[in-house]
Design a protein around this ligand. Structure first.
Ligand code: SF4
Ligand code: SF4
Length: 328
């Protein structure tokens, strides 16, 4: 049986998964817990916290391990994790995903950046960073990215045996989706192997942030009657980048016939049109996508009849190209 490398004052090794709905963090948490409890003999627990249960909204999963003779009597969120896994790096722009970490915490992040660049993007104050391009691997293996991230989590943990996680993945997926097991095991192993590790110096570049609850601004006591939105043009300030699962539409102007199908399909009015003179009369032309409002649903890719939009990894797309400034 493995031994826990470190414990908090209550005897727990604690993991927090930071994700968005649709990436499989809830299932990853369950697989982690099953690997530790059923296959490695720890005691422990796993549960998730999410709001509106919709794709793209923030999700957290919490996993605790302790020795087999220790009782689990804590069911609160993990506030000072030994290991954090960030499934979508852009979450950092809307949530303090690293809060509660200390200089011993290990952080796994799904990113196409180099480890030093990812450290700066996350503003990571210390600890050890494990970067894995889980989106690329999962696309190549045609699986969800949660098993790839599990591979990196396994590596970062230093005590969860690979075989225990492989067994848990096979048992969990094998019940209903047996044909997906080999590809997921391959993605898991690539996630384990293809990590770039960086010991982050505690150089004071970024401060450690203690865990804090962020209560909703509005509740039953102060919400406007009928849930009225009182802030004028608040949707203009929306930034949906943290809702994306990693793929974005890429617009190819040369193929576009300005048929407007993407415009009527996009739920967030991301396409930017401009009036031009053509053959002596005014007409509207599609100038591209404003990525600030794009949540990566890829409906426009499916609807376009002219191959003028294709799905690409977010890291391959210049999301600043059409900013809101260009509209107004
Ligand atoms: S659906 Fe395709 S061809 Fe039609 S306007 Fe959009 S990008 Fe252009
Ligand atoms: S992927 Fe396409 S349809 Fe979906 S939000 Fe982005 S631009 Fe709109």
């Amino acid at each position: 049986m493995s031994d826990l490398p470190v414990r908090d004052e209550y005897g727990f090794y604690e993991i927090r998964l930071e994700s968005i709905g649709g990436l499989g963090a809830n299932l990853a948490g369950k697989i982690l817990a099953e690997a530790g409890i059923l296959n490695l003999g720890f005691n422990g627990s796993s549960f998730s916290s999410y709001g509106s249960e919709k794709r793209g909204s923030p999700v957290k999963a919490f996993i605790r391990f302790c020795d087999s003779d220790c009782e689990v009597r804590i069911n609160s969120p993990v506030t000072e994790p030994h290991l954090i896994a960030v499934f979508q790096e852009n979450l950092k722009q809307i949530l303090p995903v690293l809060m509660g970490m200390n200089d011993k915490t290990r952080v796994v992040v799904n990113t196409a950046r180099t480890a030093p660049a990812a450290r700066d993007f996350l503003e990571m104050p210390g600890g050890t960073l494990y970067c894995v391009d889980a989106l690329k691997i999962s696309r190549e293996e045609k699986v969800k990215l949660n098993t790839t991230i599990l591979g990196a989590v396994c590596r970062a943990s230093g005590f969860l045996a690979k075989e225990a996680l492989e067994q848990a993945i096979s048992d969990t997926l094998g019940k209903k989706y047996a044909w997906l097991v080999p590809a997921n095991l391959k993605a898991f192993n690539r996630g384990f192997e293809e990590v770039e590790i960086l010991e982050v110096p505690d150089d004071g570049k970024y401060p450690f942030q203690p865990f804090r609850e962020s209560p909703p601004r509005w509740g039953y006591g102060n919400a406007p009657i009928g849930g009225t939105i009182t802030e004028i043009a608040s949707t203009l300030r929306n930034d949906l980048s943290a809702s994306r699962e990693g793929l974005l539409p890429f617009f190819i102007r040369d193929n576009c016939t300005d048929c407007t199908l993407c415009e009527s399909t996009c739920p967030d009015y991301c396409y930017v049109w401009r009036e031009v003179e053509k053959d002596g009369r005014k007409t509207m032309v599609n100038t591209g996508i404003n990525y600030q409002y794009c949540k990566g649903c890829l409906r426009c890719v499916d609807i376009c009849p002219s191959q003028a939009i294709e799905a690409r990894n977010e890291s391959e797309v210049d999301t600043k190209k059409l900013s809101r400034v260009s509209i107004w």
